[in-house]
Design a protein around this ligand. Structure first.
Ligand code: AMP
Length: 280
């Protein structure tokens, strides 16, 4: 596996090959959710650049950034056996932010206003800043993002159009632990008891997606809170929003495709999840 620290090295290598390039942007602490993106990218491209960059401008709290469980050597070992097509790209801050570590300001309209956009002010501007920089530097034909961060995925699709970046943005399904917990780098920060409690998030969402009370969102929110908060967990938000505009609703319409969006604290660790709502 090739390892590069600058986009110049990556591009010089790739230009020599003039092949189809896929990009998988990550913040490291890789797990099977990330490798599912990498495997898909390897099947669809000649080379796959896996970037590992802990982007300071998308964090809301310094302590979250400081505690992030980054381990580049472990990540390299995890990726190496997957494919010879992988390029491990670990840019330094000056690569992404040549002048000042500062996020750009974007206007993504309503899709960035609610849920993560509301509870993590500036977060999506930070994400868009790094993704725009990576798309411009690496110039991939395709880039892969997880539906785990569903709102982020929609924002990147809009960013790509607004900035005419010409990348095919591909969404990939959520990979879960056997007990249903969505895989996340932050799961490593859970205490054994928090880890034991966390699968209730997904199991309750699954339950709800099959229940009959699926017209009234406040009833669903109450059900979710009652179930989840028995287990060491604290619900930050529970929303139901149409996939097309991500504006939370209070009543459901039978012709629209919706998803549940939740954020839950397990101690200091914040977990998010999203599940598609099956027919009402
Ligand atoms: P992160 O390193 O958390 O920024 O994630 C990098 C990419 O991996 C993002 O596109 C995430 O949505 C995706 N990802 C993270 N966890 C999962 C998961 N459990 N299943 C699928 N994709 C994921």
């Amino acid at each position: 596996m090739l390892t590069f620290k600058t986009s110049e090295e990556v591009l010089t290598f790739l230009r020599l090959k003039s092949k189809h390039i896929g990009l998988v942007p990550t913040m490291g602490a890789l797990h099977r959710g990330h490798t599912s993106l990498v495997n898909k990218a390897c099947n669809e491209n000649d080379y796959v650049v896996v970037s590992i960059y802990l982007n300071p401008t998308q964090f809301n709290h310094a302590s979250d950034l400081e505690n992030y469980p980054l381990d580049l050597e472990r990540d390299k070992k995890l990726l190496k056996p997957l494919s010879d097509q992988i390029i491990f790209y670990t840019p330094e801050h000056k690569e992404i932010y040549p002048k000042k570590i500062q996020r750009n300001a974007y206007d993504f309209g309503t899709i960035s206003t609610h849920m993560e956009g509301f509870y993590r002010p500036g977060h999506f501007d930070g994400v868009a800043t790094v993704v725009e920089a990576l798309f411009k530097k690496i110039k991939p034909q395709k880039a892969y993002f997880g539906e785990k961060d569903f709102q982020q995925l929609q924002i990147i699709k809009v960013l790509n159009i607004q900035k005419k970046l010409n990348v095919n943005v591909i969404g990939c399904p959520i990979v879960r632990e056997k007990d249903g917990l969505a895989m996340s780098s932050r799961n490593k920060l859970l205490s054994p008891n928090e880890r034991k409690a966390a699968p209730i998030i997904y199991s309750t969402l699954k339950d709800l997606s099959q229940k009959d009370i699926k017209t009234d969102v406040s009833q669903m929110r109450q059900f979710f809170k009652e179930k989840v908060e028995q287990h060491l967990l604290k619900v930050e938000y529970f929303f139901v929003a149409p996939v097309c505009n991500l504006i939370p609703v209070s009543k459901l319409d039978s012709n629209i495709k919706y998803r549940f969006f939740v954020a839950v604290f397990a101690g200091k660790t914040r977990l998010i999840d999203t599940v598609e709502l099956v027919r009402i």
